[in-house]
Design a protein around this ligand. Sequence first.
Ligand code: SF4
Length: 451
Amino acid sequence: MRNKRILLVNPWIEDFAAYDFWLKPVGLLYVASFLKHLGVEVQLIDLMNRHNPKLAEHTKVPKDKYYGTGKFPYTEIEKPVVLSFVPRRYKRYGMPEGLFREKLREIKDNGNVDVAFVTSTLTYWYPGYFDTIKVIKEELGVPVVLGGFFVRNQPHLATKSGAHIFAGTDLGYLPRYLNNLFGWSLPEVGIDWFLNLSPAYELYDNIGYLVLITTLGCPYNCTYCIAHRNWERMKFKPVENVMEEIERFSKMYAVKDIVFFDDAILINAQTHFKLILKEIIARNLNKEFRFHLPNGIHARLLTQEISDLMYEANFKTIKLGYETTGKLQDTTGGKVRDEDLIRAANILRLSGFAHKEVSAYIMVNLPEQQVKDVEDAIDVCTSVGIDYSLNEFTPIVGTDIWIDLINKGWLTGLEDPVILNNTVLPYWWNNMTFDQIQKLKEYARIKRREL
Ligand code: SF4
């Protein structure tokens, strides 16, 4: 009997705006590795891979901007009806539909797959997931399994995609799930997928940068974040495995940029991140590659030693999670105060980092946040000579802040996720107005000239 065959698809993003800030479907690539481990033959179509060599034959692909990031190609599409009040153009980002269908037909002509897996992330991108599933079903006629964050967060809505849904994070259940669903007899294995396997980057034709995760989970409890609910406890990938992944995949694709997308890479830094940094330096990888931390590290946990090692290891992007000033710093979880950010900024400047290389995430439109809280946060950053980016708040279903918003009557809890999109929120929500947010963006532009 031949091995089972599964196609893995990273779906389209449908939104008003999207940017490839080192987006790779790392979870899906771990699923691919796990399936290979079970003896399944896997193939990948990443609709969001801007570095796919075939893409340029079908659409104009915007050039890379910095360190492999850049704009996605897109097609303008109709807005979902529920978004008709938003005066902006809605787009499908990623691979053109014609090329996607062509690839699916090739797969069908070569004997087809038994099942297709589609992954998901942000809940308000679900129209893109549904459209991806529809095209797969039309072309391949095989069952589709939808997994990922959207499914865990919105299982009832996810079932409307027409796919089977896999709502777990523990891949250990996957063989039983597939055996029950399709009458297969995949082996049940006791392997820890995160610690023992690597994301299956070998399935790509090309990648413009490498994204890795060296830890899973976060011990903080920020009220606006769901990351700490995703994993029961933190896991740390053995340093030797991290180094092996860097060396193997960077050689495979001659990438220059390596990105760590951990939620909390500075936890237990003495026994984890510090050792990774030392190995990067000892193996001279700092001469070949640029490293990036785009996921908001914890300012309070940063030490001069780690900062100096990061500098020596050729880190070029360091984001600090700052979010806001004022009383909300405490009421949203207390992960950082102004003095932590100032201290971290000074440490980083002392190591030699330039202001362009370090920036703080500042959230805008948090419930009960005042315009002044955001202005003050911008002022704190400029006073210590680091850059900043403003991120508009979106309430994530299941977070403490979302529950609180329902209790206060700000939300019903039944909103379609697309109207919780941070681009859409200011058009109907009475926290900060659209104009106030635009003024804050202008304030941020003006203050940046002082850097
Ligand atoms: S915002 Fe950051 S620190 Fe807070 S819970 Fe989420 S990942 Fe952890």
